[in-house]
Design a protein around this ligand. Sequence first.
Ligand code: GAR
Length: 202
Amino acid sequence: MKRLGILLSGRGSNLCAIAGAIEAGKLDAEIAVAISNRPEARGIAAAAERGLNARVIPSRGLDREIYDRLLIDELRANGVDLVCLAGYMRILSGHFIREFSMRILNIHPSLLPAFPGLDAQHQAIEHGVKFSGCTVHFVDEGLDSGPIIRQAVVPVFDSDDADSLAARILEQEHVIYPEAIALVLSGNFRIEGRRVIDQRGS
Ligand code: GAR
């Protein structure tokens, strides 16, 4: 069984969606460890309540590469095959990304390449787009720039603010993240340039 390492900094709803997909038999994997860089993150309490191996490794005040070496040690100690960023609000060092090359996924609350970085839903509202959504992608050394595995689209209504849009997007995040993880773990894809091509059923 493939072993996931989940990194988070906040609420943890994507962690719960991944755990739920595993419990429902939709995702053949196990969560080997969930790690938060913030002690107060609700997501890490949620992970512990679910009986998962939940760790806090505080990042405050630590140099990025030193911190990332602590993360790598913990992930390796838990035999992690695939790292899933789930609301992990810290940029990873090049060292970390090379250690887990093409084995790190991220979920981002916009249709990349639109609105990378922070407050993507706010950026979408301010820009006046009529549709937004979410993206699961491989992590490379750029900001939210790696090859796209899966996306989902949601409408943006005139009455929306960043919170209402974020809630609509989040529902789709919870659908596409487990699906993207399943594809990557299956190994049934190939990458041509930037394109991730699903080979299941072909
Ligand atoms: C999600 O909306 C995720 O897409 C976003 O943080 C939220 C985490 O929610 N991630 C980013 O903005 C990454 N740049 P969660 O803690 O409930 O899973």
